[in-house]
Design a protein around this ligand. Structure first.
Ligand code: GDG
Length: 728
């Protein structure tokens, strides 16, 4: 078994030198963290090496050389780089995921290329993957890859991690290919995000755009479970701590101290991007000098912008605007010996970066939106004497962990300016208290920890999936049920109605039994060895209309009413109704406030239905309703039952479990089977004797022994039993 890491770019730089091509491993955070994986055994990292498709000989040469360091190239043509990478990845997904929808382009040619390059990655995976391998896919350029791989290898283990933020449903839905994207992402077993906000945006988009079942962070789609989870990415903190002791870094530190001896340094480092808030940061710095002229000659902004995507129009414009603003500030305030903004549009070696982290009194990081932001963590890790102040945007994922930073809203120029004042004036003791707390976080949740917990969760998800699979009624399970059924002569079959025998309808009255169902029930109940018992939450009048003429037992309203075969309807003794008026008033209030919801009155219960209410709002109101009624129900001896798009309030004595158990005391049986889909059926499963066959419909999380996917599978099973039963 091996692990294959897949990302758009390989962690390597290939450059042409006089001696031919040279390969420099690029030790970014991800490469360091995953180093422990891809460099061991026959594990691999697969991705684009960053150059256009070379000729065959060159490509073989590159492939061989990369193989020596466990890397495996996927070559891209110039057209693919334009359409898949610069196009769909950076001009569609990037702006949408970073809340700049006006920058997004929805070009069919971009999408087509995105699909075909994702397929190219899939083909590359299958050239090296074997059954039992684990694939870990990274980031927004490869959102379709989990689904494409799953299609060809249904059992393979696939992890996915998104490094950028996931947008809210309102923004995500703008993408014309939104459903295809989610559907393919759900090919993964585990989808990881940096923050809980990303996770909840993702699950809410899935719930709204796909016919998937979501239960907290567990998503079931097309009978497969995908778990979504947060794993805030860390850095190699030891590396940054050690770097401060490196002689080259020490030289740089000394040089910086000499140059900026009389100044406090505010440091800013980003890649050129409109999501980074660079212009707003400059405005805040300008405001600082404008309103505090005494700081002239005393404070500098050291600003590194690393070149990126500057062939794209918006990036070129942004660069021009930064040039202009920096030029203006410097032109207005510079003196003979002092320049307020020390601006560099280029990358620096990590030894210089480390020296800057070590020297800067303040690190100013104010992105408009950022998945995590590793620079903030690198600054913290480099502050080995615990001094220094981090100003951090609340929009960066890192703000969720680095809560001892000065947290700001990057759009609020005044707030950023005030944070700079606070940072420059912060007493050393407070700096040290805050920095020490942040260093603890950065050191505990480092990159190795991140890889470890991700991988262990991935294995855990695989285990959960396989334990669930055991529960689905396979061919073998079906044969076992049939055999037990055939051997028995006193059979009891408890059947819930909605969601078990018929599908779910927006209007409950439309869910009446069709001919096929009536025929199945008729055949089952005509076998003298059988007692068929319908146990439903529905009103007895409705069940009487539908099944009154059949040779079956019926429990209505969860058992408040019962009709045994050949007898009349009877109500459960001792029930009272005096509570209804008070509760009804509350329910009416919720109906008035929630379009699409309605109240149903039964003899001994009241139900508030929200199956036609906007997704999400119904669940919110249901929680609110239960909180509102909590004390009333406790006082009056009532029970609140949250069901499938319904909250039911009823007498505590009424319970499917109690009635089923009582029934079994009265009726002799050598075969008991119970089927149900709802919360209320769980009571019934729990009340069954140990040897009973309990079957949950539509979900595998249940006290039942088995599950079936939907009412169609239920009917198929019952139909088979009618045939076997009559043969026996
Ligand atoms: C994605 C997400 C998320 C920067 N300038 C220089 C330089 N850097 C290094 C830093 C840091 C990295 O680049 C940038 O960190 P980011 O966190 O911004 O990461 P990205 O890869 O751009 O972005 C982001 C991240 O993925 C991880 O999941 O945090 O939100 O957008 O390590 O040190 N390195 C060198 N010279 C420079 O001038 N050598």
């Amino acid at each position: 078994m091996k692990t294959i890491i897949v990302s758009n770019r390989l962690p390597v730089k290939i450059s042409n030198t006089e001696d031919g091509m040279t390969f420099t491993p690029s030790e970014g955070g991800l490469a360091t963290g995953l180093g422990s994986i891809y460099r061991t055994g026959n594990n691999m990292w697969l991705g684009w090496p960053g150059i256009e498709v070379p000729d065959e000989q060159q490509s073989n040469n590159i492939t061989d050389k990369l193989a020596e360091i466990n890397l495996h190239p996927v070559f891209l043509t110039q057209e693919e780089i334009n359409l898949y990478y610069e196009g769909f990845s950076n001009e569609t997904l990037w702006p949408i995921f970073h809340y700049h929808p006006t920058y997004a382009k929805y070009e069919q040619s971009y999408w087509d290329s995105y699909v075909s390059v994702n397929k190219k990655f899939r083909d590359a995976i299958f050239k090296i993957a074997e059954p039992g391998d684990r694939i870990w896919i990274h980031d927004y350029q490869l959102l379709l890859l989990p689904g494409l791989v799953r299609e060809l290898q249904p059992d393979i283990t696939i992890g996915f991690f998104l490094h950028i933020p996931f947008p809210s449903y309102e923004i995500f839905r703008l993408i014309p290919w939104r459903a295809e994207i989610l559907e393919n992402l759900l090919g993964a077993d585990l989808v990881g995000f940096h923050t809980f906000d990303d996770l909840r945006h993702f699950t809410s988009s899935v719930a709204r755009l796909l016919p998937a079942q979501t239960l907290a962070n567990e998503i079931t789609y097309k009978d497969r479970l995908t778990v979504a989870e947060t794993f805030p990415m860390g850095i190699d903190n030891n590396k940054f701590e050690m770097l401060t002791k490196n002689p080259e870094v020490a030289e740089n530190i000394e040089a910086l101290h000499n140059i900026f001896a009389d100044n406090k340094m505010i440091l800013s480092i980003d890649r050129l991007d409109y999501s980074k808030g660079i212009l707003q940061r400059l405005q805040a710095f300008e405001l600082l000098i404008e309103s505090h002229p005494e700081l002239i000659g005393k404070v500098v902004l050291y600003m590194i912008v690393v070149p990126s995507r500057d062939t794209v129009a918006q990036y070129k414009e942004l660069r021009d605007e930064i040039d202009k603003l920096v030029g203006n500030i410097n032109a207005r305030y510079r003196t003979l010996e002092w320049t307020p903004v020390n601006y560099y549009y280029r990358a620096f070696p990590v030894e210089m970066l480390s020296a800057l982290y070590h020297t800067a009194d303040v690190c100013l990081i104010t992105p408009m939106r950022d998945g995590m932001n590793l620079v903030s963590k690198e600054y913290v890790a480099s502050r080995t004497n615990n001094s220094g102040v981090l100003i951090l945007s609340e929009m960066a994922g890192a703000a969720k962990e680095l809560i001892d930073a000065l947290i700001v809203n990057p759009n609020n120029i005044g707030e950023v300016y005030r944070a700079m004042i606070d940072a420059l004036n912060m007493p050393l003791e407070e700096q040290q208290r805050r920095m020490a707390a942040m260093r603890d976080v950065v050191s505990k949740f480092n990159i190795h920890h991140w890889v470890k917990i991700y991988m262990s969760k991935l294995s855990e998800v695989k285990e959960i999936q396989s334990s669930m699979q055991a529960k689905h009624i396979s061919t073998e399970g079906r044969q076992f049920i049939e055999a037990t059924y055939n051997q028995a002569s006193k059979r009891v079959i408890f059947l819930d109605y909605d969601g078990t025998l018929v599908g779910f309808k927006a209007n409950p009255l439309q869910a009446f039994p069709d001919e096929d169902l009536m025929d199945i029930l008729d055949q089952l109940s005509s076998d003298p060895a059988n007692r068929i018992v319908i146990v439903s939450g529905r009103k007895y009048e409705t069940l009487e209309d539908w099944f009154g003429g059949m040779n079956i037992d019926i429990f209505a309203e969860h058992g408040a009413w019962q009709k045994l075969r050949g007898e009349e309807w009877q109500r459960l003794p001792g029930l009272h109704n005096s509570w209804k008026q008070d509760v009804e008033q509350v329910l009416d209030l919720f109906v008035d406030r929630t379009p699409g919801s309605f109240t149903e009155e039964k003899s001994y219960s009241l139900a508030w239905h929200y199956r036609k209410v906007e997704e999400g709002l119904g669940e919110l109101r249901a929680n609110e309703l239960m909180n509102t009624l909590r004390f009333t129900t406790e006082d009056k001896g009532l029970q609140m039952l949250p069901g499938n798009k319904v909250v039911e309030i009823k007498n505590i004595e009424v319970n499917k479990g109690k009635v089923a158990a009582k029934y079994l005391d009265l009726v002799e049986s050598d075969f008991v089977m119970a089927l149900g889909d709802d919360h209320t059926d769980e009571d019934m499963f729990k009340a069954m004797p140990a040897e009973a066959l309990t079957i949950k419909i539509g979900s595998n999380i249940s006290a039942a022994k088995y599950y079936l996917r939907d009412y169609r599978e239920v009917r198929r099973l019952l139909r088979t039993l009618t045939m076997r039963g009559s043969l026996a």
